[in-house]
Write a protein that binds this ligand. Structure first.
Ligand code: TUI
Length: 309
């Protein structure tokens, strides 16, 4: 299934693994890249030393291309951006902001820059300042999200830019891939399905939360603060939403969630952890190797689209 994305990045299947904070370390990145997709190391809130170590480990584990995701709210984003340029990582994706100020440095280093955007305006701005493609992420996604759904967002972004568009949000099988392609996408990015795969380095409780989730299991906290985060409903999200609706300030609520993503990923704390996941968690019912996930997804998508893989 050759598209401008497979050509640009040098991968077999047009699929990226989302750069999920705490979740997406070299284990899953190397597994996805070895399976023919683009694995991505998600820096999240970590620092540049952690990233250097992860890049080295990923290079030992795969000779295929992989990427790094810079979460732009990271207080050490400047230092991390520099390491990405120095290490000449093949692809960088960004989230939770605009990477404009790093664009020249990355382009000069020969890095393919693919920002994750949640709206048309930022997609256009990214094309203008040199992005090679964009990931358009619908509100079905896990973690920090925008407003528009994947179904509404993708065709609008496709019409607004000439660079290729990768669809994210609500995609976990061949039907999702085929649908995204019908909307004009040339690739997909998946997070949730890889968060419950064999190789991912997360606590088994996190995988089980996804595997057991239903269609209506996720909740969005922080909407009223302009900081919406989708996660699997649990005691912590219930408490957060209760306090949010009672008018507690964002600063007061910060204490409740400090370190809660780590508690979910590392400790598997079902009550006090934040289990970020997308709405498609309800479709993910089986833990499988990354290679099986990807090959099944594209065999099914090819059948649906009546084309060869
Ligand atoms: O970034 C994400 N998803 C994330 S980041 C993250 S780390 C985190 N940890 C704890 C609490 C909160 C976050 C978890 N999930 N996805 C990409 C994405 N980017 N979604 C939405 C956006 C976005 C939103 C606003 C991008 C740009 C933007 O505005 C920028 C501007 O300047 O216009």
């Amino acid at each position: 299934m050759s598209t401008r994305i497979t050509e640009l990045v040098g991968i077999k299947y047009p699929i990226f693994q989302g750069g999920m904070a705490w979740v997406a370390d070299w284990h899953i990145a190397a597994a996805v890249s070895n399976a023919g997709g683009l694995g991505i190391i998600g820096v999240g809130g970590a620092d540049e030393n952690w990233l250097c170590d992860q890049i080295n480990k990923c290079r030992e584990a795969t000779d295929k291309p992989f990427g790094v995701n810079l979460m732009l709210m990271n207080p050490r984003a400047d230092e991390i951006a520099k390491v990405i340029a120095e290490e000449k990582v093949k692809v960088v994706t960004t989230g939770a902001g605009s990477p404009e100020k790093y664009m020249d440095m990355w382009k000069k280093a020969g890095i393919i820059v693919i920002p994750v955007i949640a709206g048309v305006a930022l997609a256009k701005r990214m094309e203008k300042c040199g992005a090679s493609a964009v990931v358009a992420e619908g509100t079905e996604s896990g973690g920090h999200i925008g407003e528009a759904t994947t179904m509404a967002l993708i065709p609008q972004v496709v019409d607004a830019v000439s660079i290729p568009v990768i669809a994210a949000g609500g995609i976990a099988d061949g039907r999702g891939v085929a649908a995204a392609f019908m909307l004009g996408a040339e690739g997909v990015q998946c997070g949730t399905v890889f968060c419950a795969c064999d190789e991912v380095n997360v606590h088994q409780n996190y995988k089980d939360m996804i595997l057991k989730a239903k269609d209506n299991s996720t909740r969005v906290t922080g909407r009223s603060y302009g900081h919406p985060v989708r996660q699997i409903r649990n005691a912590l999200s219930n408490k957060y939403l209760e306090m949010e609706s009672s008018g507690v300030t964002f600063d007061e609520l910060e204490g409740l969630t400090v370190g809660s993503l780590r508690k979910a990923v590392v400790e598997g704390d079902k009550n006090e952890g934040t289990f970020m996941a997308g709405q498609i968690a309800g479709l993910v019912n089986e833990q499988r190797p990354a290679k099986v996930i990807i090959e099944t997804m594209f065999a099914d998508a090819a059948k649906l689209m009546g084309r060869e893989i």
